[in-house]
Design a protein around this ligand. Structure first.
Ligand SMILES: [Zn+2]
Length: 206
């Protein structure tokens, strides 16, 4: 696909980044993300992805009170995420609807299937955690790692985690490595390496 003139204007700041460019922006627009989750982390990730040009489809999970934020109002609580995001995301970016290709971003606990990129949003009760996997990353190591994590934080840390998760997703869509990894988020902006658990096969290969 070629970018239209209105899209070149809309994404000009991203297109000027050497890691994105016109080709990268086209890749973001062509690749979608399925969101599973209805908390601040998942919804923030959806907003950042949509604003950057990634089409987002949401799950039927109903929005809880913690979801209220810059996309979700008090009246939306109790409504399915898919319905509310289907209404508000086109206001963020009219390009960001009806994803064609797969890709998944989900709040833990979640089941994992379908095409990469996969981005898990979780936590350990204190910190937030992002675990990500591109198509070349081992899905079993990803599974071993996310299995040990709980649900993502809410509040400000959840919002920051969602932004970090969207960035991880976009980097994989742009073909930027690594293909498998994780990060802890102790406080907004305070990022540390999350050591991956290795599956039995990758342990032997080492
Ligand atoms: Zn492995």
């Amino acid at each position: 696909m070629a970018l239209r003139e209105d899209q070149i204007l809309r994404y000009s700041r991203q297109i000027l980044l050497k890691d994105v460019g016109g080709r990268g922006q086209e890749a973001l627009l062509e690749g979608g993300a399925r969101l599973e989750g209805s908390g601040p982390a998942g919804l923030t990730a959806a907003a950042y992805l949509a604003a950057g040009g990634t089409p987002v489809a949401a799950s039927e999970a109903r929005l809880g009170p913690a979801a209220v934020g810059f996309l979700i109002s008090e009246e939306d609580v109790g409504q399915p995420a898919a319905e509310v995001l289907g209404r508000v995301l086109p206001e963020v970016n009219p390009d960001a609807v009806h994803p064609q290709a797969g890709g998944r971003i989900a709040e833990l606990p979640a089941a994992w299937n379908g095409e990469a990129p996969w981005v898990a949003l979780g936590g350990d009760g204190t910190r937030g955690a992002v675990v990500f996997r591109g198509s070349q990353g081992c899905m079993w190591c990803f599974g071993e790692t996310v299995r040990t994590l709980g649900s993502p934080p809410t509040g400000v840390l959840g919002v920051a985690l969602g932004a970090l998760g969207a960035l991880a997703f976009q980097r994989l869509r742009l073909g930027m490595g690594p293909e498998l990894g994780g990060r802890w988020l102790a406080a907004p902006g305070q990022v540390a390496e999350l050591e991956l658990r290795r599956c039995a096969r990758c342990q032997v290969a080492r």
